[in-house]
Design a protein around this ligand. Structure first.
Ligand SMILES: [Cu+2]
Length: 383
């Protein structure tokens, strides 16, 4: 709040100074040459400032690459197709970096070279076919190559053979959280519709559907290493986006339709925790947390727990006030551990039956009183 007030005050001071200078200029009318027209000195200053700005954008780029270059996820992927996405990303980034470095230098150099000079003549020509052909055909070829390569990669990622052995998992998004449903023994997800949402059946599973009888709903996503997982993605309310950055996977969750993503996880959570780069990242996060903890403790608060790495499913579409906190933990483990974990989970049908079982008839309070009264009467009789 203080920051905002200081900012507003500074803006007002700026406006006041600007108005004062204008008044000052008005009082000078006719006194000297018209200072609104740039002279050679102004043009020279602006020409050199162009080089200054060029140096600024180069320096800030170098600074960001050196200081934050290890933060983007561009290697270390934890899925089979991840390497393809990373390669595509690297090619795009190198290309952009190369083109941007050259074009920015040219842009600023020409702004300097052709800065205003008194008496300079301008050469005018309407068009130049050769030039236009060159600067159209180069981007066309480059972009077409990138797009075709991207499409090819995307189709490879999304394709799976209906006959091969896969695990079906449903991801269900809603404001603001995730749930997952496993298809069970029959490996077929039962039908679901938002109209069936009731009580503990938060996904709206059609419990009359035979395929739904062995479905299991969980709040933590477990995946077996090396097995192909087909995600069927739904949303209850608004557009969300299922984003699993470490697996290079992202797909929109659209209310009223089922979207899909397929991948094979290749690195277990434990293995990723042992990865050198991941260890360095976790250390870095914990250093920041330790600093924050010291601040919190100094102000009478509680220290933060140290961070340990976990895969996450995040929402990557701004879907409302708590969007930032819409996440679910993902555990990648050996197929044996995965089987064991899943077998221990109850089916939704069983949970539903338990939650809706008719409760035992409660004891009526009047009946208790009547018993007490009878005891009293009996006691009196005995006396
Ligand atoms: Cu969301």
């Amino acid at each position: 709040m203080t920051g905002l007030l200081v900012f507003i005050v500074l803006v007002f001071i700026g406006v006041a100074v600007w108005q004062l200078t204008k008044i000052f200029h008005l009082t000078q009318v006719g006194a000297a040459e018209n200072s609104e027209i740039a002279n050679d000195n102004d043009n020279n200053i602006n020409g050199y400032l162009m080089f200054g700005f060029l140096a600024f954008i180069y320096l800030i780029t170098i600074f960001c690459v050196v200081k934050y270059g290890d933060l983007p996820l561009m290697d270390n992927s934890a899925s089979e197709h991840g390497k393809d996405v990373d390669t595509l990303m690297w090619i795009s980034m190198i290309l952009i970096f190369f083109v941007q470095t050259i074009t920015q230098a040219l842009l600023h150099y020409f702004a300097f070279k052709y800065r205003g000079k008194k008496g300079a003549e301008v050469v005018y020509f309407a068009d130049n076919n050769k030039l236009e052909f060159i600067w159209t055909i180069i981007p066309v070829i480059t972009l077409a190559g990138l797009i075709l390569y991207g499409l090819y990669t995307w189709n490879n990622i999304m394709y799976y053979d209906q006959e091969e052995e896969v695990i079906y998992v449903e991801l269900y998004a809603k404001q603001f959280g995730w749930e997952a449903r496993y298809a069970g023994e029959d490996n077929t997800l039962g039908k679901a519709n938002v109209r069936y949402i009731e009580g503990i059946n938060t996904l709206g599973v059609d419990l009359a559907d035979p395929a739904a009888q062995d479905d299991k709903v969980v709040n933590e996503l477990h995946l077996p290493k090396g097995k192909k997982v087909v995600f069927k993605i739904r949303s209850q309310d608004v557009l969300h986006s299922a984003y699993m950055p470490h697996f290079r996977a992202q797909m929109n969750c659209v209310p009223g339709m089922v979207t899909q993503f397929v991948f094979v996880p290749t690195v277990t959570t434990e293995e990723m925790r042992q990865n050198d780069k991941m260890i360095a990242k976790v250390d870095r996060i914990n250093k920041i947390r330790a600093k924050k903890s010291a601040e919190l403790v100094a102000n009478g608060g509680e220290a933060l727990d140290p961070y340990t790495f976990d895969y996450l499913l995040l929402c990557n579409k701004i879907c409302g006030a708590s969007h930032y906190n819409m996440q679910m933990k993902i555990v990648v483990e050996s197929p044996e551990d995965f089987k064991k974990w899943l077998s221990e989970k109850p089916t939704l049908a069983k949970q539903w039956a338990e939650a809706n079982a008719p409760a035992a008839a409660p004891v009526q309070p009047e009946a208790v009183e009547a018993v007490v009264d009878t005891t009293k009467v009996l006691a009196q009789v005995v006396e």
